[in-house]
Design a protein around this ligand. Structure first.
Ligand SMILES: Cc1cc2nc3c(=O)[nH]c(=O)nc-3n(C[C@H](O)[C@H](O)[C@H](O)COP(=O)(O)OP(=O)(O)OC[C@H]3O[C@@H](n4cnc5c(N)ncnc54)[C@H](O)[C@@H]3O)c2cc1C
Length: 474
C-alpha cells in the first residue's frame, strides 16, 4: 500500500473513488481546475439516497446537510395538453430519489474524501496524460508535471486525459452528435401560487418547435421554477430566451426573471465507454460516459461505480495497476451495471430518431406507458422496458400502424438482443487483442444503424476535442 494515485477531477466519481482509496491506505491526490468555492453548478440534483452508504459516505441527514424527497414526474410528448400526460408511479420506496443542492453534494463528498486523508489540489488545470510508451504515468498540468502509479480519469465528458490517450489503446475519444445533449438550466421566479400548479415536475419530449430532438423540464419548487432545456446542438442565448417565452404562454409558473443558474452544459447521452482501463489508467463517471442515456443522470451511478473501481484497485496485490490487473473493474462494472445500462442507449436513439407526430402517437396510444418512463427515476436497467404487459399485443398492433416507427423499433429490439448476446462474450481476463476485438463488436452494435436513423447528422467529424487540442506533444 501507500502507492501514489492521481485522481483527475473533483466530481462525484473522483471524490468518492479517492475517499475509498485513501481509506484503504493509498496516497491519493485529487487535481481540480476550479477553486473549492466554484465547484459544481448553481442548481440541485436528484440522487438515489442509498448510494452514499455503498461507499461508506454518511447520508446527508447524518451530517446535517439539507435534502428532501423528489416529487413525482408527469411526462408529456410534444402535445402538452392535460389529457396527453403520463404520470409516473412508484411501486417501491427505494425507487424514490432525493434532491440536494449540488454544492451540498460536493460538501458531503469533499468531507468524505478529506476525512479519509485525500489531498485536494484546486486551481490546477490538467493538460493531458504523461505517457511512458503507452502506459499512463502521470498528468501534465499548468502547475507542472505530476507522476503516479495510477491515474484515475474522472475529468468529465471531454476529459483531456482520455482524449489525449494514444490511439493504439482504442479508448474512444470523441462523442458523436447523437451521443451528447446540451442542457441549459436556470431557476426563474414563481409568479403564481405553487398550490395552483397541477403538474409540478413536468418532463417533456420534443416540446419546443425546433426540428431536432429536444427534452425539457419545468419544475415548480417552493419559491421558484426550474427550467431545463436539452438540445442536440448548444442553444444560443436568443434561442433560450425564445423557448422560455414560448413555454411561458402555457406555463404561468415560469416567471420572466432569472434567479439562479443559466449555464449550458453537455452531458453524455450514450452507452458507457467500451474500454475503461489501460496500463496506469482507469476512466469513471462522465469521462467513461456512465450517465443513464435517457435522463442523463450520472451522480448515483458514478458513486456506485466508484466502489467497483476502488475494490478492483485494492484487490490488485501486484500493485502494478496494469490494464490486466485493472480489468476486473471493467468486467464487474459491466456485469453489475453496464450490461443493463448500455442498451438503454439503443432506446434513446429510437426516441430521438422519431419525429414530433410519432412521439405524440406513442404517448397518445399507450405505446409508451408510465412503466417505461419510471426508468428515469435514476434506474439503470433496460429491464424496466422489457417487462411483461398483458396489453403488449395491442401495443404492438398500434405500433405496426406506423411503419417507420415499427421498423425502427424492430431494429432496436434486434440490437438489444445482439447486445445481450455479445456482452456475454466479454473476456474474463485481459488480453489487449481480445479486449479490443470485443470493444469493436460492442461499439458496432450501437453505431451500425446511425446513418440510416439520422440521415441529416454528420458522423464523420469528431464532435468534442479539437484536433489542435489532441496533437499537443507531451
Ligand atoms: C443540467 C444538468 C443537470 C443534471 N442533473 C442531474 C441529476 O439531477 N442527477 C444526476 O444524477 N445527474 C445529473 N446530471 C449529470 C451529472 O452532473 C453527472 O453525471 C455527474 O456530475 C458526473 O460526475 P463526474 O464526477 O463523472 O464528472 P463531473 O461532475 O463533470 O466532474 C469532473 C470534474 O473534473 C474537472 N475537470 C475537467 N477537466 C479538467 C481539467 N482539464 N483539469 C482539471 N480539472 C478538470 C471538472 O472541473 C469537474 O469538477 C446533470 C447534469 C447537468 C448538466
Amino acid at each position: 500500500m501507500g502507492k501514489k494515485i492521481i485522481v483527475a477531477g473533483a466530481g462525484h466519481s473522483g471524490l468518492t473513488t479517492a475517499g475509498q482509496l485513501a481509506k484503504a491506505g493509498f496516497d491519493v491526490t485529487v487535481y481540480e481546475r476550479h477553486s473549492k468555492e466554484d465547484l459544481g453548478y448553481d442548481w440541485y440534483d436528484a440522487v438515489n439516497p442509498n448510494v452514499f452508504q455503498v461507499v461508506g459516505c454518511p447520508h446527508p441527514q447524518e451530517v446535517g446537510i439539507p435534502w428532501k424527497w423528489r416529487q413525482d414526474i408527469t411526462y408529456f410528448g410534444p402535445n402538452t395538453a392535460d389529457e396527453h400526460k403520463v404520470v409516473q408511479k412508484f411501486r417501491k420506496p427505494e425507487d424514490i430519489e432525493i434532491i440536494m443542492e449540488r454544492k451540498d453534494i460536493y460538501r458531503l463528498l469533499i468531507g468524505f474524501a478529506e476525512g479519509n486523508g485525500v489531498k485536494m489540489e484546486y486551481g490546477v488545470t490538467i493538460r493531458g496524460p504523461i505517457l511512458a510508451g503507452d502506459r499512463v504515468v502521470g498528468i501534465s498540468t499548468d502547475k507542472g508535471d505530476v507522476y503516479a502509479d495510477l491515474v484515475i480519469d474522472a475529468a468529465g465528458m471531454n476529459s483531456v486525459v482520455r482524449t489525449k490517450l494514444p490511439d493504439c489503446l482504442h479508448i474512444q475519444k470523441d462523442v458523436l452528435k447523437n451521443e451528447r445533449i446540451f442542457t441549459y438550466r436556470a431557476f426563474y421566479d414563481l409568479p403564481v401560487k405553487r398550490e395552483d400548479v397541477t403538474d409540478r415536475y413536468k418532463v417533456m419530449f420534443r416540446p419546443d418547435p425546433c426540428e431536432d430532438f429536444s427534452l425539457s423540464w419545468i419544475t415548480t419548487q417552493d419559491t421558484y421554477t426550474d427550467l431545463l432545456i436539452g438540445h442536440m446542438e448548444p442553444p444560443s442565448d436568443e434561442e433560450i430566451d425564445d423557448i422560455a417565452a414560448w413555454y411561458r404562454k402555457t406555463n404561468p409558473q415560469l416567471g420572466p426573471h432569472r434567479l439562479r443558474g443559466g449555464q449550458t452544459v453537455p452531458i453524455p447521452f450514450r452507452r458507457p465507454l467500451s474500454i475503461l482501463v489501460a496500463d496506469g489508467y482507469a476512466a469513471i463517471g462522465d469521462s467513461a460516459f456512465m450517465t443513464m442515456p435517457l435522463n442523463c443522470s450520472g451522480i448515483s451511478t458514478s458513486i456506485e461505480v466508484s466502489k467497483i473501481l476502488a475494490d478492483a484497485i485494492i484487490a490488485d496485490k501486484t500493485e502494478t495497476f496494469s490494464a490486466e490487473t485493472l480489468w476486473p473493474y471493467q468486467y464487474n462494472f459491466y456485469r453489475k451495471i453496464g450490461n443493463s445500462l448500455a442498451p438503454i442507449s439503443l432506446v434513446k436513439d429510437l426516441i430521438i430518431s422519431i419525429d414530433h407526430q410519432q412521439t405524440d402517437y406513442a404517448f397518445d396510444t399507450g405505446i409508451i406507458t408510465w412503466r417505461e418512463l419510471s426508468i428515469t427515476a435514476d434506474q439503470h436497467s433496460i429491464w424496466k422496458f422489457l417487462h411483461f404487459d398483458p396489453r403488449l399485443p395491442k401495443r404492438g398492433l398500434t405500433l405496426a400502424k406506423d411503419r417507420d416507427m415499427l421498423m425502427k423499433a424492430v431494429g432496436t429490439v434486434a440490437d438489444t438482443a445482439a447486445f445481450l448476446a455479445w456482452t456475454r462474450t466479454m473476456p474474463k481476463t485481459y488480453s489487449r487483442a481480445a479486449v479490443q476485438r470485443w470493444a469493436k463488436g460492442y461499439d458496432k452494435i450501437f453505431t451500425h444503424r446511425l446513418r440510416k436513423m439520422f440521415p441529416t447528422y454528420s458522423f464523420d467529424q469528431p464532435e468534442n476535442a479539437t484536433k489542435e487540442e489532441r496533437t499537443v506533444t507531451l
